[in-house]
Design a protein around this ligand. Structure first.
Ligand code: NAD
Length: 272
């Protein structure tokens, strides 16, 4: 039975008055999540290493009726991380929601470990894992002081299951580097212990592990072969399929969800 002090469902998903920062939020999944939070009422800082792209993404959100700013950020550089967190706080107010989305698995050299450059391996770990830790460090004190906050780390099914490389080879693609899987598994592990550390301070830390999203620039053959490995029969849809997970973990609806890895992969990781 509904009582007057019980929040109604729309209120559980309402982000009015909240400030969110999304790293790498100018395109693809990062932009989708920024848009979801913006449409739910949050003020949003979208970031990119390219300041003009960040500002252009923020303008799109403003044109859609949101309140958004664009900030330059390279998550691998200490001063950039500190500067972006400070700028977001000055211009929006304290950061209530952090989405660590910056990263990705694209490869500047051969994907096969035996043919892969050391510097490229290190860079993969640095962007996906170290960058996530640096961003968590930048917001944690403020969130602990205020006794509230939501951190969402974007991991990947690569951190959960191994990969069939044949469908990449058949489509003439390089395949997934193992250091990407290692970095994303690290993000999932870090999320659990961050949740244990920050939970007592009123902060929920969770991960989202997307499966393959597309079709983007992917070859048709790969999209078709990948779809056959997914119980729901397709890749994740950009602009659609990540939004609900991000909004849920950013909103009061998930206030009792902490240390969880929400897999958004159409069932890819449970099917054999
Ligand atoms: N697209 C997918 O199929 C998929 C699947 C699983 C997980 N993911 C993860 O989701 C996230 C978003 O992926 P995506 O495919 O939408 O975009 P993407 O992989 O193209 O890149 C993510 C964003 O990170 C930014 N970035 C890269 N290095 C950075 C740095 N040093 N500092 C700041 N920003 C940096 C990029 O500019 C980009 O905006 C990534 O973490 C990725 O690993 C994506």
């Amino acid at each position: 039975m509904q009582t007057s002090d019980q929040p109604r469902v729309p209120a559980l998903f309402d982000l009015t008055g909240r400030n969110a920062l999304i790293t790498g939020g100018a395109s693809f999944l990062g932009y989708d999540m920024a848009e979801a939070l913006s449409e739910a009422g949050a003020r949003v800082a979208v970031t990119s290493r390219d300041r003009a792209r960040a500002i252009a993404a923020a303008e799109r959100l403003v044109n859609g009726g949101g309140h958004a700013i664009g900030i330059e950020l390279d998550v691998t550089r200490d001063e950039s991380v500190a500067g972006a967190a400070a700028t977001a706080t000055e211009r929006l107010g304290p950061i209530d929601i952090l989405i660590n989305n910056a990263g990705g698995g694209s490869s500047e050299s051969a994907a096969e470990l035996t043919r892969r450059d050391t510097a490229v391996i290190r860079r993969m770990i640095e962007v996906n894992l170290t960058g996530t830790l640096l961003m968590c460090r930048a917001v944690a004190d403020g969130m602990m002081t205020r006794g509230t906050g939501k951190i969402i780390n974007i991991a990947s099914i690569a951190g959960l299951v191994g990969r069939d490389r044949q469908i990449y080879a058949d489509a003439g693609m390089a395949g997934q580097p193992i250091d990407y899987a290692a970095a994303k598994a690290g993000v999932i592990g870090a999320t659990r212990d961050l949740a244990a550390w920050l939970g007592p301070h009123g902060i929920c830390v969770n991960a989202i592990s997307p499966g393959g999203f597309g079709p983007r620039r992917l070859p048709d053959r790969f999209v078709a072969d990948y779809a056959r490995k997914v119980p729901v029969g397709r890749m994740g849809r950009d602009t659609v399929d990540i939004k609900g997970a991000a909004l849920f973990l950013a909103a009061a609806a998930s206030d009792y969800v902490n240390g969880h890895n929400l897999v958004v992969d159409g069932g890819f990781s449970v099917w054999k």
